[in-house]
Write a protein that binds this ligand. Structure first.
Ligand code: PEP
Ligand code: MN
Length: 338
């Protein structure tokens, strides 16, 4: 349920409503809009019993949220969520780009790539320190050493850091370095991890589970939001279908669907979405045209020697540079900027 306040509601009115909600053991989440404040009631609303919220001072109306995801829904918040990270805004007019290798392999590698992608206009350097590999004998990432290498790349370039966190007990450590957490496709339903990043103070990029429906994905986002972290960015990275030519099927339907259902920003990852370098640029253009709020791309200066299997989907730096220029008129055509 959401409680919509009157336009002239005072802070004292809002505080009194929140107090009333909390007095029966429920949580209140506040969303401040231009005209109204909306207070979301989290938990079993029957606990409110006969408490007459609607007649409290400053309250305009109460409304049930029909979607199974509540805080993530447009019913809870109609205006798009804009997430500010360093000097970049995600969910606004700009379409920021996160670029870098699949995994951090050395200081030299990550600093070299960071310099190249920064020159071309990226806002964030990405790279895995903790890698969720399908097999246990594959390279699993350099862990904390890799986080320090990412820090070196940030110090050199000023780019923000995006890196994956895989377990709840590593959230604190990864949070010391990263500007945004990435939760990978394999962890979309790791509910303990979702709750832990929900208690952190940094934005979370939540990749879609490879077999997850859009509703399941939004419910995963809801776990993070319900813990009090409002800064969730969804990432479409392709799903498994009967098609085997590409690594995954990039579901660009998800972009306008998410915009209809949710106020949360959505970025697209055409690298994992296709798995094939020659397809990545076209699908990136399509993503921007579809209304993506950001792009996540794998870029490697020496992809043939990449330590993960993702070299085949990584752009060469000169391809990335050309793509960044080609995206500009597409962004403008759909009312955005790059
Ligand atoms: C990655 O970004 O390198 C990654 C492992 O992504 P996903 O979780 O989408 O497979
Ligand atoms: Mn990868």
């Amino acid at each position: 349920m959401v409680i919509v306040t009157k336009t002239d509601a005072t802070q004292a009115d809002i505080d009194a409503v929140v107090k009333r909600i909390e007095s029966v053991g429920l949580k209140a989440q506040i969303s401040t809009g231009e005209r109204h404040t909306v207070i979301g009631v989290i938990g079993d609303k029957t606990l409110l019993g006969d408490i007459p919220i609607e007649s409290m001072s400053g309250v305009d109306r109460t409304m049930p949220i029909t979607a199974p995801f509540k805080l993530a829904s447009r019913e809870f918040k109609d205006e798009p969520t804009v997430i500010a990270v360093n000097d970049t805004k995600i969910g606004g007019r700009q379409v920021p780009v996160i670029a870098g290798p699949c995994a951090v392999e050395s200081t030299e590698q990550i600093v070299t790539i960071a310099r190249l992608v920064q020159k071309s206009g990226a806002s964030f350097i990405r790279g895995g320190a903790f890698k969720p590999r399908t097999g246990p004998y594959s390279f699993q990432g350099y862990g904390e050493d890799a986080l320090k290498m990412l820090q070196d790349a940030k110090d050199e370039t000023g780019l923000g850091i995006v890196t994956e966190v895989m377990t709840p007990h590593e959230v604190e450590l990864v949070g010391e370095y990263t500007d945004m957490f990435q939760l990978g496709t394999r962890n979309m339903t790791n509910f303990y991890l979702l709750r832990e990043v929900g208690r952190a103070q940094k934005p979370v990029i939540l990749k879609r589970g490879m077999s997850a429906t859009i509703e399941e994905w939004l419910l995963a986002a809801e776990y993070i939001l319900a813990e009090g972290n409002p800064d969730v960015i969804l990432c479409e990275r392709g799903i498994r279908t009967f098609e085997t030519h590409t690594r995954n099927t990039l579901d660009l339907n998800a972009v306008p669907v998410i915009h209809e259902l949710s106020h949360l920003p959505i970025v697209v990852d055409p690298s994992h979405g296709t798995g094939i370098r020659s397809l990545v640029c076209d699908m990136t253009k399509a993503s921007v045209a579809a209304g993506a709020d950001g792009i996540l791309l794998e870029v490697h200066h020496d992809p043939d020697h990449s330590m993960t299997g993702d070299g085949a989907q990584s752009l060469f730096p000169d391809q990335f540079e050309a793509l960044m220029q080609e995206l500009k008129p597409i962004a403008i055509a759909v009312g955005r900027e790059m």
